[in-house]
Design a protein around this ligand. Structure first.
Ligand SMILES: Cc1ncc(COP(=O)(O)O)c(C=O)c1O
Length: 389
């Protein structure tokens, strides 16, 4: 391909892609890799969901839908939001999106101008920063408290809040596995009210809680400042169907619909059929997969503790952090070495923020044998790293 001199957007200067996907790309060039890098359930999408989609696929059926998603699916989602989340939503208060990623991206585009401050958790999902960065926002990472189960440091949030317009909150949290208490959720909302912040509450792991309860910020929101984001990807093992959704006050909802229409037209038809089948079919699949992840969490924590690499017991999600090197050390280099020398793919801690130095994240959305063998090899590598051999 000839290489004309093309000037790229300034937003891409210094843009760092997700370290999770960097490792995935490198792993794809190697054989025999144990995959613990990606948050992709190893379980197949439940049969009844796939069968329902196959049953309605006819030539000429797969079309565009309304920009905001199909009315029937939105009605089902509103009912779920009322029942499971305590959010008083109707069908018109819901936008079906391209995964949780599409929901967060559309919400940020709708809410953020270049130069606006966006508070993101450090440690947090890398795409928050990537999306805010593409918009030219000022990224304001806020600390978490490892000694309090990685709940947010509310004093630090308060210090930064004056400069911010939006705060991203994520519980259950990737990569820490934290599940915020009700008291923390209430105090976060109080701060948002005091500093007039809009809250993007990323709840895509709501169904993956092992200890404690999931509190939806939207249920505590009495002045309409929370944008609540959900997804079918993780809990229903439906990553490839690319369906998520959000609910917010009507001004935000209408703005998000305009943004979505501009950039992707509408969510995918096939994914929306699958989401309907997921909502109307047996919900026992959620508990079955959650219980399996919980057993894997217990296994991983026990092995990490045995090797002196554990730092916390995740209360939710399917991730666990491991300390593999001293704070301040570059775990991109560690993760690359682990992959090349031990054929184990993990996510480097720093892709989740500066607090991730010395850490790696393991995904427990992989079979137990891969988890135990992966941790054995990780421990071997950590010893070599400690001796710089
Ligand atoms: C914290 C968090 N939010 C949102 C997402 C988006 O997932 P999806 O776009 O598949 O719904 C992910 C995926 O890894 C995530 O970890």
């Amino acid at each position: 391909m000839p290489q004309a001199r093309v000037t790229l957007s300034r937003a891409l200067e210094g843009f760092r892609r997700s370290g999770i996907r960097e490792m995935m790309d490198l792993a794809a060039t190697l054989d025999g890799v144990l995959h613990l890098e990606l948050g992709e359930p190893d379980f197949p999408t439940p049969h009844h969901i796939v069968e329902a989609v196959q049953g309605v696929l006819e030539p000429g059926m797969v079309k565009y839908t309304l920009s905001r998603g199909d009315p029937g699916l939105r009605a089902l989602l509103a009912e779920k939001l009322r029942r499971a989340n305590g959010i008083a939503a109707g069908a018109d208060d819901v936008v079906v999106t391209i995964g949780g990623t599409g929901a967060i991206a559309a919400a940020m585009i709708a809410l953020v101008d270049a130069g606006d401050g966006v508070l993101v958790p450090d440690l947090g999902w890398p795409s928050n920063e990537m999306i805010a960065g593409l918009l030219g926002a000022r990224i304001l990472p806020y600390r978490l408290l490892p000694e309090s189960g990685f709940e947010p440091d509310l004093d630090h949030v308060e210090t930064l809040a004056r400069e911010a317009r939006v705060i991203v909150v994520n519980s259950p949290s990737n990569p820490t596995g934290a599940v915020f208490s009700r008291a923390t959720s209430e105090r976060l909302l109080e701060l948002a009210r005091r500093y007039d912040l809009t809250v993007i509450s990323d709840e895509v792991y709501e169904d993956l809680v092992f200890d404690g309860e999931h509190v939806s910020l939207g249920a505590l929101d009495d002045d309409g400042r929370v944008v609540s984001v959900y997804s079918f990807s993780k809990a229903y093992a439906m990553t490839g169907f690319r369906i998520g959704y959000l609910t917010a006050n009507s001004t935000v909802v209408e703005a998000v619909v305009k943004v979505q229409e501009a950039i992707v037209a509408c969510p995918p038809w096939v994914g929306q059929r699958a989401a309907e089948a997921a909502l109307t079919g047996p919900q026992s699949v959620l508990a079955d997969m959650r219980d399996a992840y919980k057993r894997r969490r217990d296994l991983a924590v026990e092995l990490l503790e045995r090797h002196g690499l554990a730092i916390a017991r995740p209360r939710g999600t399917f991730y666990v952090l491991a300390r593999v090197d001293a704070p301040g050390s570059d775990t991109y280099a560690f993760a690359r070495r682990l992959l090349l020398e031990e054929r184990v793919a993990v996510a480097p801690g720093q892709t989740f923020g500066s607090a991730g130095s010395g850490l790696v994240r393991l995904s427990l959305a992989s079979p137990p044998e891969a988890i135990s063998e992966g941790i054995e090899r990780l421990a071997r590598m950590a010893i070599r790293q400690a001796h710089r051999t």
